[in-house]
Design a protein around this ligand. Structure first.
Ligand code: ADP
Ligand code: MG
Length: 841
């Protein structure tokens, strides 16, 4: 059936479902006439049928309510009849091969005629149509498949209607070139083909609903710490409750009687349907009749959704078909992927939900595939490099491990065996040591350092913050620099130094000298290590702790201080294996999946918000025993300001109202790094009994005396991140506790959080998290640099496996991508990595 007919049938049926209130279409059914006429004509529906339908539509608003059911049935029949009528001839827009390829114009010419629908040439517009605002579109020219990305690096000012000023505004969204536009995706889509009346909504659905605000107001909650905005939406069939935490400005932006569109997930609360923190926008009248699925783009001040959509339409419809395909045909056909141009077009202006899914799948595939090819190329270049050989005798190693204050776990021994083999291989070690918080990675790093020091060579260890660097300095000096009955220490304490931002100029000079003449064997530091002009006499081992906090460039910069030194990177983020192999495919992987014996599992509970007092009680009783506690506050929507606000306000409230007799520290993202370090140091040293923090609380920090971790708004965090927070406690010998307090008592959400109470295993939680949120989201929140996996967000592990397999197959046959059919791919790969998209670890 023609899509114009289908669309019309949908609206008519919706109208019937709504009880004939003439609101299936915002503004009334007659509002769809102009666009529907265009579409019907373009689809070849006869003029006779078109005018029969439009006449009725025009009449409908005037029809008496009692007469409407009958009228609608008649209309329905009329439409169904015209669906079976013969279709007039359709002229394809894309001319045949006779036309020579047209070079891209420097400035896109204005469209000679409005062109509502791609691929189909409409007849000349009627005056009525001309009044309809339409995005300016340039007629599609023949597309030469083999052409590379023509002119896509051109500035946005080549687009019609975009002057330098608008271009500047768009630059705030990082939109500078045509290619940027093509890859700037909607943050959501409003699917008007699936609009549902409120009385037919069901819990759990993700929906878009149109209605009128009945009431909207704001009230303080959590003892005044934050504001709750509540609204009631009505669409004539029923009411829907909406609520937002911490967005008080909404009451100024939206008013009763205003018509809005909201999108979000329906939840059940006390037996009623509610939408928590839905997206909300005023209705744009022309949404309904421009597209069935309307893209909603991220905006910045100075640009409206309408302007944005018009610009995008102009750019996408002209340029998407001209983007050169870079995937080899073999890859595309074996996975039935859309071609790049179609995929891009469908991701912006989808013809249907299915096409949108296919488009996203293709683009997500690209990201993972390019990522994978890049890491394989990287790995190969490392494997080809030479490095110094460090032999480690068995007895010596046994002696070293005997020096440690505990017996190594099996996992620690296995990790050391891997490292020992790497160091003796003659090629640079590139190993990722992945071990859950508290699994004892430091002892492994210490022993690796000892292996290298035994040959008189130097090592460096880099940590993301001063406090972590200091912690390592103390720990490693104890592990490496102290005599014991089982043998001499691998290093003397004076051979180990700490270099951080705070190190005095005199000390820095001393350290530079010591590293240059080789008297210092181990330096522990922060970024200062790379920023400082330190020169090593013989740097052979580089250890990077909490590696996700560093970019590839920083890792490389430290590495460059030696000649092909061995590299050990450590992370506590338990990334599921499939994902780790892809994003860290350039590194060999050792997983430490075993905890030192005798660790008490952290006693974890989900606490409903009304029982918050229980959590405070726990803090009091633990502090009475001399222990310390953390309270974490989440990001409350829209940027860290609110997160900071929540923590700052709660800190004040807790200090004055709840725990006046305790000392409370406050940590948030707006503090300078040295201020953060200071707060953490004071907490570690016991000056504060309670630390109120945003999610910036440092990974890896060891405060063994802390036994309570309370996480407010726990529903806003992924499981993997909750697990990281929880890892801040339970590091001593005492029983520790973790209480998760969701924003509200929601059964579905509580069930998700309950997994935290069931297991202390970070890998299990990571797998669950990945299933629930997809790789982009999973990595995005934790890993700097993954933000660029836009599309991979939306898909799943199957995609990763497929992309990985394809990349491996291709790499086996043509590792340098030198074959002719892989030339565009090679170029695209370079671009991807240069743009920093591959900057992942
Ligand atoms: P992470 O892997 O999170 O960096 P750490 O290296 O900081 O963990 O170790 C966490 C704690 O466990 C430290 O206090 C350390 O002394 C202790 N530890 C490490 N290995 C063992 C072991 N094999 N047996 C007992 N305790 C250990
Ligand atoms: Mg650590």
């Amino acid at each position: 059936m023609l899509s114009s007919i289908e669309k019309l049938l949908k609206f008519i049926k919706l109208e019937r479902e709504r009880g004939y209130d003439n609101r299936a279409v915002v503004g009334g059914l007659d509002k769809i006439i102009p666009s529907w006429t265009n579409e019907a004509r373009a689809g070849g529906l006869s003029e006779e049928a078109i005018s029969a339908v439009t006449d009725r539509l025009r009449e409908y608003p005037q029809v008496d309510a009692a007469q409407r059911p009958e009228f609608v049935e008649a209309l329905l029949k009329l439409v169904e009849d015209s669906a079976s009528a013969p279709v007039e001839s359709i002229t394809p827009v894309v001319p045949t091969a006779t036309a020579a390829p047209v070079p891209p114009p420097a400035r896109l010419a204005p469209a000679p005629t409005p062109e509502p629908i791609r691929r189909v040439e409409p007849p000349p517009p009627t005056p009525a149509q001309r009044e309809e605002p339409r995005p300016a579109v340039v007629r599609s020219a023949p597309v030469d498949e083999a052409r590379p990305l023509i002119g896509l690096d051109a500035p946005l000012t080549v687009l019609q209607g975009i002057g330098p000023k608008t271009a500047q505004t768009l630059a705030k969204l990082d939109l500078n070139t045509l290619a940027d536009l093509l890859y700037f995706f909607p943050r959501r889509y409003d699917d008007y083909s699936r609009l549902k009346p409120i009385n037919r909504l069901e819990a759990g659905e993700e929906v878009t609903v149109i209605g009128t605000i009945q009431a909207i107001q704001s009230r303080p909650v959590r003892g005044g710490a934050t504001q709750l905005v509540e609204a009631v939406l009505n669409d004539g069939t029923g009411n829907l409750r909406l609520s937002w935490f911490g967005q008080p400005w909404l009451v100024n932006n939206f008013h009763a009687h205003e018509q809005v569109v909201v999108a979000g997930k329906l939840e059940q609360y006390l037996g009623r349907l509610v939408m928590n923190s839905p997206e909300i926008e005023s209705v744009e009248q022309d949404h309904l009749h421009t597209n069935r699925i309307v893209p909603i783009y991220p905006l910045t001040s100075g640009i409206t959704q309408k302007m944005m959509r018009r610009t995008m339409y102009q750019a996408i419809s002209f340029w998407a078909p001209r983007v050169g395909e870079f995937l080899p045909a073999s890859v595309r056909t074996s996975l039935k992927l859309l071609d790049l141009g179609t995929a891009l077009y469908q991701c912006h202006f989808p013809d249907s939900q299915d096409m949108l899914d296919l488009g996203r799948w293709r683009l997500a595939f690209d990201e993972i595939f390019l990522l994978q090819l890049g890491v394989m190329r990287q790995k190969r270049s490392w494997q080809q490099a030479q490095a110094r050989v460090f032999e480690t005798p068995e007895e010596w190693l046994a002696q070293q491990t005997a020096r440690l204050p505990y017996t190594l776990t099996g996992a620690q021994q296995k990790a050391l065996a891997d490292i020992r083999t790497d160091l003796a291989s003659g090629h640079p070690m590139d190993r990722l040591l992945q071990g859950d918080v508290g699994s004892g990675k430091t002892a492994v790093a210490a022993t690796a350092i000892a292996m290298v020091a035994r040959h008189n060579a130097q090592s460096a260890i880099m940590a993301p913050t001063s406090i972590l660097a200091e912690q390592h300095y103390r720990g490693l000096t104890r592990l490496l620099g102290a005599e014991s009955e089982s043998g001499p220490a691998p290093l003397q304490p004076e051979q180990i130094r700490l270099l951080i931002g705070d190190t005095t100029a005199a000390d820095k000079q001393e350290i530079r000298d010591g590293l240059a003449n080789g008297s210092i064997k181990l330096v522990i530091g922060t970024h200062a290590l790379i920023e400082d002009p330190v020169q090593f006499q013989d740097l052979q081992l580089v250890v990077v702790d909490e590696q996700h906090r560093f970019g590839v460039a920083q890792r490389a910069a430290l590495r460059a201080k030696g000649a092909n030194p061995h590299l050990l990177v450590m992370t506590a983020t338990p990334i599921p294996r499939s994902l780790a192999l892809t994003v860290y495919g350039d590194l060999d992987l050792t997983v430490m999946d075993e905890m030192p014996v005798g660790r008490l599992p952290i006693d974890t509970h989900v606490v409903p918000p009304v029982q918050r007092e229980r959590a405070y009680q726990l803090i009091r009783s633990q502090v009475d025993k001399g222990h310390q506690a953390f309270i974490i506050y989440p990001l409350v929507e829209q940027g860290e300001n609110d997160e900071t606000l929540a923590a700052v306000e709660e800190h004040a409230r807790l200090q004055s109202k709840i725990f006046p007799q305790l000392k409370l520290g406050l940590l948030h993202g707006r503090l300078r790094p040295d201020e953060k370090d200071e707060v953490m140091t004071r907490f570690r040293d016991g000056e504060y009994q309670l630390l109120v923090s945003t999610s910036v609380v440092e990974v890896g920090v060891d405060v063994p005396n802390a036994t309570v971790m309370i996480i407010e708004g726990a529903n806003r965090f992924g499981l993997a991140q909750l697990h990281q927070f929880r890892g801040r406690v339970g590091r001593g010998s005492e029983q520790s506790y973790c209480l998760l307090i969701p924003d509200r008592d929601d059964a579905v959400e509580n069930e998700r959080l309950a997994v935290m109470a069931e297991t202390n295993d970070g890998f299990v939680l990571a797998e669950r998290d990945l299933e629930q949120r997809g790789p982009g989201e999973f990595l995005g929140t934790r890993q700097a640099g993954f933000a660029t996996l836009h599309m991979a967000n939306l898909t799943d592990v199957r995609l990763i496996e497929k992309a990985r397999n394809q990349a491996q197959t291709l790499f086996q046959t043509d590792p340098d991508l030198s074959a002719a059919q892989n030339a565009s791919l090679a170029a695209r790969l370079d671009l991807f990595w240069k743009a920093g998209q591959g900057d992942v670890s």
